[in-house]
Design a protein around this ligand. Structure first.
Ligand SMILES: *Cc1c(COP(=O)(O)O)cnc(C)c1O
Length: 803
């Protein structure tokens, strides 16, 4: 079907006619997209079946990656690329007068995630399949992914996202594998010959229907599965309004929660979490039982990984299945569970730690609550033996205390490995945030520095750079990204530098076109493209970037001798709809853009752009075009960051704090090839222990800061009234929790160095190439190998022959 152009064209036209009953001429671009998607799915179907068969028959251990978010982006072109048929398809379509890029345009992003955490899950799936590892994703098939962002008068407006509107070419509904999930009701205790048993009765039941998406590895015939669960009515209740029951049921998989750091305590969120976990575990257990007819070896054949604490109910749910359904002793069930589940922590921000009030938890999940109580009691007894009389410590470490269930504590007690996502993050967990648990379970803690799939973020997003790289070091880096290190000597090769520069220029031009189309603002593509794209959050400090741009504006206005290479500051960010402060910052960025871009004295040197609706598919245009990557979080707050890695892989230089994975990037590329500034994590944490710092001093003694802060409230931004007063207040009255003013001078200094460095293009390109060379380490292939070897104990499948 894809062996050559003609073959492809014939199959394509025939399939199009058969599916839609239309001639090619009558077909729409949506028909063409779905036809192509269906052809790919048919093409891989035997490999998909064979992979499943191979996994069953070889009795290989498998991992299931449970995540409340999967930020996949578009799938068509990546799938074609991984299958090695992109060119055949592209050329075949061209002859028919169809542009593959236009088809890609109309494919909706699968945006079932907020940011880094969800994108990590997507990168991991790509690496698992590409490394022939038996590993699958389990998630929720949200009807609406992360909201679409519109900017209206500079304000963010949220619209429901509708990725399923035109259907989804990749999913396969498996109605016969649907699973019942039980909520509410009561628990009946029965005494059967001295053994207590428990029955969850009078429940409200929701049906979880799986939709399977094939995860196609790169140049392999391994096809793994992402199973997304859809919530549907089960048995319609007799005594309840039927429509209301239907609405209530379907609401469980209706929306993705648009927040990955705050926990807002909505009962629906808890329902979603249990829905995901219960459906996944019941289906994993059923498939295990089919192969092995026992659950005693469950932990030897299955690893379950929980991406942050959202799926932590996997622990009590597995206990429920083993104890209540399988009639296992508590001890044996606990042994199996705590040798099956492993857990990744993603943040040390205390507001992000998931906590549930018992009032809310217990009625919704009565049996699960009982099991957590039992886990807690046994854990506290163990603590009592270890720390006799130390009530304070036991109270602090307990899973349930003061009417609250602490999900991170449950994860720490019930899993066999806990990992942080960058070296510094893991150290902060061990020595500060989770110090007490580290003392009890030192063997559980391990680091797994995040990674990104180079197949999407370089090979797919930047084919021009990929070709340029392959021209000098050959193509084997695609299978072995650490071989990008072979580029290092070429950092001093004039010909290669020129080629890299040419690619960057071309990509800047095409981003400039996108910006011009979206905003009408003309961009000088020889200006420095300085980019900060990521979720809007106070700790990520978009505000520091903004204040510095205001300072540059003031310098251009005031200092006759001031010279600066033209710079285009590009922002992209969604703010959680309920996050008032973050939305203010978005408005501030847009007000600044208005001011700067329309000032004839300033705009030849500075431009400020806010890219609407930042998402994976837009990111694929942004990273290849960036010169400077803004990674300026308050040190100790960004667990890892992965945007930093995507920029580096595309040759942008970081201006950043020594935070998260920036530190490891710094260690690899060396101090000459990254611009660092600001407080260290140690310094921030010490400040915090001593009640912060005096932001007012930095306002009072630094005239630059004083001026820009005044401009927030003195009418500098026309029609802003008192719009930005809360920002001003947060920096002065509320003592600047994220050390923006504290780091301002240091940041401005680092920005001057960026400007100077860019003036020497040869030197800049040298640094850029060194960054690309070292980026191979940050491929998620390296990360996934580490998880596979040190945590999951899984091994690659033989590629074998196609059935
Ligand atoms: C990589 C990525 C992120 C994470 O970016 P950070 O800078 O690490 O916060 C968020 N959103 C999208 C769309 C991404 O591709």
């Amino acid at each position: 079907m894809f062996s050559n152009k003609q073959c492809f064209q014939q199959s394509f036209l025939k399939k199009l006619e058969m599916t839609y009953g239309k001639s090619f001429k009558e077909s729409t671009i949506y028909d063409q997209y779905h036809t192509l998607g269906n052809m790919v799915r048919e093409y891989i179907s035997s490999d998909w079946i064979a992979t499943n068969e191979k996994q069953r028959s070889s009795h290989t251990k498998q991992v299931y990656y449970l995540s409340i978010e999967f930020l996949l982006g578009k799938l068509l072109v990546q799938n074609l690329l991984n299958l090695g048929i992109r060119e055949v398809v592209d050329e075949g379509l061209q002859e028919l007068g169809i542009d593959l890029r236009e088809i890609e345009e109309i494919e909706a992003d699968a945006g079932l995630g907020n940011g880094g955490l969800g994108r990590l899950a997507a990168c991991f799936l790509d690496s698992l399949a590409s490394l022939n590892l038996p590993g699958h994703g389990c998630g929720i098939r949200y009807k609406h992914g992360l909201f679409d962002q519109k900017i209206v008068d500079g304000f963010q407006v949220e619209l429901p996202e509708q990725w399923l509107r035109h259907g989804n070419a990749w999913e396969v509904r498996k109605a016969d594998e649907a699973i019942e999930i039980n909520f509410w009701g009561e628990v009946e205790t029965l005494n059967e010959k001295g053994r207590l048993s428990f029955r969850h009765v009078h429940t409200e039941t929701i049906m979880a229907v799986p939709y399977d998406i094939p995860i196609i590895g790169y140049e392999t015939n391994i096809v793994n599965t992402l199973r997304l669960w859809n919530a549907e009515p089960s048995r319609f209740p007799i005594h309840k309004d039927v429509m209301e029951y239907k609405r209530e049921t379907e609401s469980v998989s209706e929306f993705l929660y648009p927040d990955d750091t705050h926990e807002d305590g909505k009962i629906l969120r808890l329902k979603q979490q249990y829905f995901l976990v219960s459906a996944s575990l019941q289906s994993i257990v059923a498939s295990h039982r089919k192969t092995y007819s026992t659950l005693q070896n469950f932990h030897e054949k299955v690893a379950i990984h929980i991406n942050d604490t959202h799926p932590v109910l996997a622990i009590p749910e597995l206990m429920r299945i083993l104890v209540d359904e399988e009639q296992m002793d508590w001890e044996e069930a606990w042994f199996i569970t705590t040798n099956t589940v492993s857990y990744t922590n993603h943040t040390t921000l205390s507001e992000a730690l998931e906590k549930w009030s018992i009032h809310l938890f217990k009625p919704l999940l009565p049996r699960i609550y009982m099991i957590i109580e039992e886990i807690n009691e046994r854990f506290c007894r163990q603590l009592w033996n270890r720390y006799p009389g130390d009530w304070r410590k036991i109270e602090q470490m307990a899973i349930i205390a003061h009417g609250i269930v602490k999900m991170a504590h449950l994860a720490l007690v019930g899993s066999y490995r806990v990992n942080g996502v960058a070296k510094i993050h893991t150290e902060i967990l061990k020595n500060r945030e989770m110090k007490d648990f580290y003392e009890v379970y030192p063997e559980k803690f391990t680091n797994k520095t995040n990674g990104i799939t180079h197949r999407r973020w370089l090979l797919k997003a930047n084919p021009q750079l990929s070709r340029t790289i392959t021209d000098v070091i050959g193509a084997s880096w695609v299978h072995h990204p650490s071989e990008l290190m072979k580029l290092k000597p070429y950092a001093f090769d004039a010909g290669f530098k020129e080629a890299v520069q040419k690619v960057k220029q071309e990509r800047k031009k095409s981003l400039a076109q996108i910006i011009q189309r979206q905003t009408g603002i003309p961009i000088d593509d020889h200006s420095i493209f300085d980019v900060q794209v990521k979720r809007l959050h106070a700790y990520k400090r978009q505000l520091l970037n903004v204040l510095h741009i205001m300072y540059l504006y003031n310098r251009i206005k005031e200092e006759k001798s001031f010279e600066i290479h033209p710079r285009t500051f590009i922002f992209g960010a969604k703010a959680s709809p309920g996050y008032y402060y973050a939305k203010k910052i978005i408005k501030l960025i847009n007000s600044l853009a208005e001011k700067v871009n329309n000032d004839p004295q300033v705009s030849p040197f500075l431009k400020v752009i806010f890219l609407e609706n930042y998402r994976v598919s837009l990111a694929e245009y942004v990273f290849p075009a960036a010169d400077v990557s803004e990674q300026i979080s308050t040190a100790s707050k960004e667990a890892s960051g992965t945007g930093n890695m995507k920029f580096m892989m595309n040759g942008a230089l970081i201006i950043g704090t020594l935070d998260g994975a920036n530190i490891e990037i710094f260690e690899k590329v060396g101090a000459d090839n990254i611009f660092t500034f600001g407080l260290s994590a140690e310094e921030v944490l010490n400040y915090e222990q001593n009640g912060g710092y005096r932001s007012y001093d930095y306002y009072y003694y630094d005239k630059r800061i004083k001026k820009v802060l005044e401009q927030l409230i003195n009418g500098f931004f026309p029609n802003s009234f008192d719009l930005f007063e809360p920002i001003y207040d947060s920096l002065l009255m509320q003592n600047d929790q994220y050390y923006v003013l504290r780091d301002f001078a240091s940041y401005a200094g680092a920005q001057e160095k960026v400007n100077e460095a860019y003036l020497n293009q040869a030197g800049w390109l040298e640094r850029s190439i060194i960054n690309i060379a070292h980026s191979g380490y940050f491929s998620s292939d390296r990360t996934i190998r580490e998880y596979a070897d040190d945590i999951w104990g899984i091994h690659p499948l033989e590629r074998g022959t196609v059935v």
